[in-house]
Design a protein around this ligand. Structure first.
Ligand SMILES: [Zn+2]
Length: 490
């Protein structure tokens, strides 16, 4: 069947980078040859002048008529591979200002990235720079840029999942919480940083600001689950030095490959620590090289190794690895940056499934004694691939999820300490609450009343408009040691 694109039926994608694509109702795309560009623009102008009822607009242009989907589309359409985040930061500045936020563009300078780049820090007009809750994610993406593509249920494009899905849903969540008077203007601030995909310079720069939060909600793809934490990271280069000689006279040389094989075998079979919460520490021998020809005794060999740490600390893993390599002739390990310990997140809110993650985030880059929540739409499994995508339903769910997290934090009556082994992550509750230590000690905080903003209107109205269930966030979770000092690797 041939499709005739009638101006009254079609909606053109407003995204600047998909000018050759016509989006029909129900997610059908047709490609328009470039020669029709001029006609397209005329049609576009005509369509924009047609007044149609909102419900028809929702059918013919589901993305354009949804504040959430259109914000997400605009973000994904702007290329922002690490080092090139200026345009997306300026877009967010304009967008957030138009929604009544006070916006600060914070310049980030890094020798690796010479172009202008900015973190975007925002809080509601009339609110406070030092609001107790921060919603944050990152605006940079991995390369290469993949253009926005709208489907029936799914959106494709670089950053559609990691992490512009989190950025868009955090912003809409904040807007809705404010509009529905579930929070006051001085409750939540927003921070969208550069550089998360490489060296974390955007988030680390925030440590130079005199800003503190009671709770920080980090947005990354967690499949709409509340993360219990993520593994730490250690990377090392192993080098073996030998002496070249003719392969027919191996006794005259020193075979670097043989020593490297011995070293890597030991590493591959090393018992490394694990925890119930984050699982095993895993070791990946990612790169190997050595020798110049089959008939030459190799004089040098190299390997690169990445270790995802499921328990204990970087330094403990380093000691185990260094010990394993000790005594192997000519073999040396060089430890690389970055490295960080396992990160334990707060997950003391009811009504969320939990997940343990094996990828890194900006959480360790933001210093402070704030509570740490990690939550977001989409799956890390598609995040950096050439078919990065997100389900539209996940975006809507994430808005609800962020709203529940913010309200849960405000309503919190019980707090589980994220990592009893690390004093830095033993964090005080937002406002006041009961801190439950692993030893089942109940500590009365300095009494300060929990401030829970009143919802405007009656509860029925709220339920109708938000379609959320009212959740009580008062249960003290079972308190068990969540950090197990046990070494096993199976
Ligand atoms: Zn990310």
């Amino acid at each position: 069947m041939r499709l005739y694109a009638s101006p009254s039926l079609i909606a053109l994608s407003a995204a600047p980078l998909v000018v050759h694509s016509l989006q029909l109702p129900f997610g059908i795309d047709i490609q328009i040859p470039a020669v029709l560009d001029a006609h397209l623009n005329t049609i576009k102008t005509q369509i924009s002048q047609i007044q149609v009822p909102a419900f028809i607009n929702k059918i013919i242009d589901p993305t354009g008529s949804s504040p959430l989907l259109s914000l997400h589309r605009d973000l994904v359409s702007i290329p922002s591979v690490t080092g090139n985040e200026e345009q997306v930061a300026r877009f967010l500045e304009t967008y957030l200002q138009s929604k009544g936020f006070k916006v600060e563009l914070i310049p980030i300078q890094s020798p690796e990235y010479p172009k202008k780049r900015y973190n975007v820090f925002a809080y509601p007009e009339g609110g406070s720079r030092s609001a107790p809750i921060l919603l944050t994610s990152h605006i940079d993406t991995v390369p290469p840029f993949l253009p926005f593509k709208d489907g029936l249920r799914t959106v494709h494009g670089r950053g559609s999942c990691d992490a512009k899905a989190s950025v868009a849903s955090q912003i809409i969540a904040a807007e809705e919480l404010l509009a529905q008077k579930h929070i006051t203007e001085d409750t939540v601030s927003l921070l969208f940083v550069v550089g998360e995909e490489t060296n974390g310079d955007g988030m680390r720069h925030m440590n130079t600001y005199d800003l503190k939060w009671d709770a920080v909600v980090f947005g990354e793809p967690t499949e709409l689950k509340l993360a219990v934490g993520h593994k730490g990271l250690a990377m090392l280069e192993v080098e073996a030095k030998g002496r070249a000689s003719h392969s027919g006279y191996p006794n005259l040389g020193i075979n670097a490959n043989s020593h490297m094989i011995n070293a890597l075998y030991k590493l591959d079979n090393l018992k490394l620590p694990s925890s119930d919460l984050l699982g095993n520490t895993t070791l990946n021998i990612g790169v190997m090289s050595g020798g110049v020809a089959a008939n030459v005794i190799p004089a040098s060999a190299k390997a690169e190794v990445a270790i995802r740490i499921g328990a204990e600390h970087f330094i403990d893993v380093k000691v185990l690895v260094d010990d394993a390599l000790k005594g192997i002739e000519g073999v040396e390990a060089t430890w690389k940056q970055p490295h960080y310990d396992p990160v334990f997140c707060d997950h003391d809110l009811e009504g969320f499934e939990t997940i343990a993650l094996s990828y890194g985030t900006d959480i360790p880059n933001l210093k402070g004694r704030h509570k740490k929540y990690l939550y977001g739409p989409g799956s890390i499994l598609v995040a950096h691939g050439d078919n990065e995508k997100i389900d539209k339903s996940d975006l809507y769910e994430a808005v609800k999820g962020y709203k529940r997290i913010v309200r849960g934090i405000l309503n919190a009556k019980a707090v589980v300490v994220a990592d009893p082994a690390k004093s830095e992550t033993v964090v005080p509750p937002v406002k006041a609450a009961v801190v439950v230590e692993p030893s089942v000690q109940v500590v009365e905080p300095e009494v300060e009343k929990v401030v829970v903003p009143e919802a405007s209107g009656d509860k029925e109205d709220y339920k109708k408009s938000d379609d959320e269930e009212k959740v009580e966030y008062v249960t003290i979770l079972p308190v068990e040691p969540i950090y197990k000092h046990e070494r096993k690797n199976d």
